[in-house]
Design a protein around this ligand. Structure first.
Ligand code: CA
Length: 228
């Protein structure tokens, strides 16, 4: 069980992080104040990564970070900072933290940072195989998300499955039949046209110019090829 502490007084943001941590396979532990966070850490010495908001009602997040570091050098610490906070000040106060994420942040960005810290502390050897990175695209195969140049692209389950197949086979021409059986299953009785329909939708979502696709190219009379 990979425990992650999330210290954030704004309930909406905290719940959003909790949902995404769970989706990514982590066990979230919540705290709404600095004092509560330190208490949770005493109760759960096996917390691997802590996410600390800076602006809190009692003590600030940097103070919490210093308190954690006084007893624990190994825990990964990520600060949540607001865009309005001056970066000089933030980096100056970063002593002891491993990383920071600026609000608003994407769930994929946050989980990627947590994955990286967990890898570094030796808590997870699998995480690296869960990110497929090609060109501007980052696919997280654990929480089924896709980002293009840092922007989240929402895909249907079918679109996601097609794109994953492409990203696992870069530069290889895949026939419509290959795609159909990999995504819909060998038993599927439907028409090959369903592949083309989904490719068209995928292109609208991921191509820079849908009229001249460069990521998903057509292999005439055969199928499609991925290159990013
Ligand atoms: Ca706050």
């Amino acid at each position: 069980m990979k425990k992650v502490l999330i210290l954030e007084d704004e309930v909406n943001i905290r719940s959003f992080v909790v949902i995404n941590l769970e989706r990514a396979g982590y066990y979230p532990i919540e705290a709404g104040t600095g004092a509560e966070a330190l208490q949770r850490i005493r109760e759960n010495p096996d917390i691997g990564v802590a996410i600390l908001d800076v602006m809190l009602p009692d003590i600030d997040g940097f103070e919490v970070c210093r308190s954690i570091r006084a007893n624990n050098k190994r825990m990964g610490i990520i600060m949540l900072t607001a865009r309005t906070q001056e970066m000089d000040k933030v980096t100056g106060l970063m002593t002891g933290a491993d990383d920071y994420v600026t609000k608003p942040f994407s769930p994929a960005e946050l989980t990627a940072r947590i994955d990286a810290l967990y890898r570094r502390i030796g808590g997870d050897d699998l995480a690296s195989s869960e990110l497929l990175t090609q060109g501007p695209f980052v696919m997280n195969t654990r929480n089924h998300t896709l980002e293009k140049a840092g922007n989240r692209i929402r895909l249907t389950q079918v679109e996601y499955a097609i794109l994953k197949l492409f990203m696992q086979n870069p530069g290889r021409a895949l026939s419509r039949e290959d795609i159909l059986s990999a995504v819909w299953g060998r038993e599927y009785e439907g028409e090959l046209k369903i592949v083309d329909v989904n490719i068209r939708r995928l292109r609208i979502k991921i191509e820079d110019d849908t009229a001249n696709p460069t990521y998903i190219t057509t292999v005439w009379g055969y199928g499609y090829k991925w290159g990013a």
